[in-house]
Design a binder for this molecule. Structure first.
Ligand code: TYD
Length: 212
């Protein structure tokens, strides 16, 4: 069997604090001497970053749902081929801020493109690569939007296309994340995103430490 690292993803609504938690986990694992690849989707290697700019540009309001999902998977395919796959083959721990589950809940359910469409694109882009563990940092739609708006006011020029979406869309996404956690309880672990940062960090570590 070829050596394989561990693939851990962080999921959650916009403004859930998952990015901070992922960085904290990365630092902890590095301090233990582990080699970590950190990536965030949409994005990763330079080509995927260029795709990210198209996706999150608030000027691109007319981006169609089909174009949007194809671009998320185009970004992901490049990330899998160029960064994630090779790092796992080297036996490293890969941490990704969002992965296919985001496409499932935002495009498949939120935009109504369907779970089957996501599965087909996943087959092409990821070729069977699934996370070993997914940390779902749980905040509800209202808290997510409140945090995202606060962040936008602090940085008015940041990428905001998704944050402009209505509360209804975010509620659908929230429900889809919960359905996913219920369907795959072994892989998808819920942590309470409304707790204090340090408490969330401890909860994340209690889950991850069993896997690394
Ligand atoms: P980002 O700026 O990375 O925000 P966050 O901190 O919330 O991750 O923006 C990513 C946005 O892209 C976010 O609103 C969710 C959305 N998204 C999808 O709709 N589908 C996807 O497959 C991915 C990876 C992200």
């Amino acid at each position: 069997m070829k050596p394989r690292g561990i693939f851990i993803t962080f999921e959650g609504m916009d403004g859930s604090g998952k990015t901070t938690q992922m960085h904290r986990l990365a630092e902890r694992l590095r301090s233990m001497g582990r080699t970590i690849l950190e990536t965030a989707e949409p994005g990763g290697p330079p080509i995927a970053q260029k795709i990210r700019r198209i996706l999150l540009d608030s000027a691109n309001q007319e981006l169609s749902p089909a174009t949007e999902i194809l671009l998320y998977f185009a970004s992901r395919a490049q990330n899998v081929d160029q960064w994630i796959g090779p790092a796992l083959a080297r036996g490293e721990i890969v941490l990704s801020d969002r992965f296919t589950d985001s496409s499932l809940v935002y495009q498949g359910v939120g935009r109504g493109l369907g779970i089957d469409a996501v599965g087909e694109l996943e087959r092409i882009a990821c070729r069977g690569l699934k996370p070993d563990l997914t940390i779902l940092v749980d905040v509800d739609a209202e808290a997510s939007l409140a945090r995202a708006w606060a962040r936008n006011e602090a940085q008015p020029h940041c990428e905001t296309r998704m944050d402009d979406q209505a509360i209804e869309f975010h509620r659908k996404v929230y429900q889809a994340y919960h359905a996913l956690a219920a369907a795959e309880p072994e892989r998808v672990k819920l942590v309470n995103g409304r707790a204090a940062m340090d408490a969330i960090e401890r909860e994340v570590w209690s889950i991850v430490s069993a896997h690394v």
